[in-house]
Design a protein around this ligand. Structure first.
Ligand SMILES: N[C@@H](CCC(=O)N[C@@H](CS)C(=O)NCC(=O)O)C(=O)O
Length: 223
């Protein structure tokens, strides 16, 4: 029996964050693919509050929420640290991680979903959020400095999942001319072997978002 298990789906970026962290730390784990339309009893037992993936199970104990799991992994397997050592730098990394999930991901998804005039506004809002990340990465190779770290893993979805969102939403958010440093960072990021080896095929992620969008639209059509 593997001591470390990850409940997830290959096409989900919160799950990818955990896969990347485990690979960077060289931790052996067993990946258990979940069907989110037919959740397993194990998932419901291990994450009864949110019923979402990823769930890291370490020695039979579950840890949920990707940002929490990343910190758990960093504290449990200390080699190849992900978070900076300096308390202020750590606080900043956590601040930007929260910003990414609360503002960048949600505004990008809003731009995917919106139509007509609302879409234009939603694209502008999402790009305002990306502007903050552009300022953070300007002049640096990684958000973590010279080495890939916690914040790189959190923002890693922009290297592939954002492309899929753009395809499904029929728009471009990460315009290289507007965001040269962030665009360059995505190229540096996917060149890291631990990342490159574990990226799902783009078409699977496009399909994943398309299914999600169709499902949301069917719900609002039936209201
Ligand atoms: N804040 C969570 C988000 C996790 C999340 O949204 N997981 C999705 C897959 S990407 C999920 O399990 N969705 C199933 C559902 O919402 O029922 C995290 O960072 O782990």
């Amino acid at each position: 029996m593997s001591e470390v298990k990850l409940l997830g789906t290959q096409s989900s970026f919160p799950c990818a964050r955990i896969i990347w962290a485990l690979k960077l730390k060289e931790v052996e784990y067993e990946f258990i693919e979940e069907d989110l339309f037919n959740k397993s009893p194990l998932l419901l037992k291990m994450n009864p509050v949110y019923k979402k993936v990823p769930v890291l199970i370490h020695s039979d104990k579950p840890v949920v929420e990707s940002l929490v799991i990343l910190e758990y992994i960093d504290e449990t397997w200390k080699h190849n640290p992900l978070l900076p050592e300096d308390p202020y730098e750590r606080a900043m990394a956590r601040f930007w991680a929260k910003f990414v999930d609360e503002k960048c991901v949600l505004s990008a998804w809003e731009a995917v979903k919106s139509e007509g005039e609302n879409k234009k506004k939603a694209i502008e809002t999402a790009q305002e959020m990306f502007e903050h990340l552009e300022k953070q990465i300007a002049g640096k190779k990684y958000f973590g400095g010279e080495k890939i770290g916690y914040l790189d893993l959190v923002i890693g979805w922009t290297s592939l999942w954002l492309n899929a969102m753009e395809e499904v939403g029929g728009m471009k958010l990460l315009v290289p001319e507007k965001f040269p440093s962030l665009s360059e960072w995505t190229q540096n990021f996917i060149r890291v072997p631990a990342i490159q080896d574990s990226l799902p095929p783009l078409e699977n992620v496009v399909n994943y978002f398309q299914v999600g969008l169709d499902y949301l639209r069917s719900l609002s059509a039936n209201k």
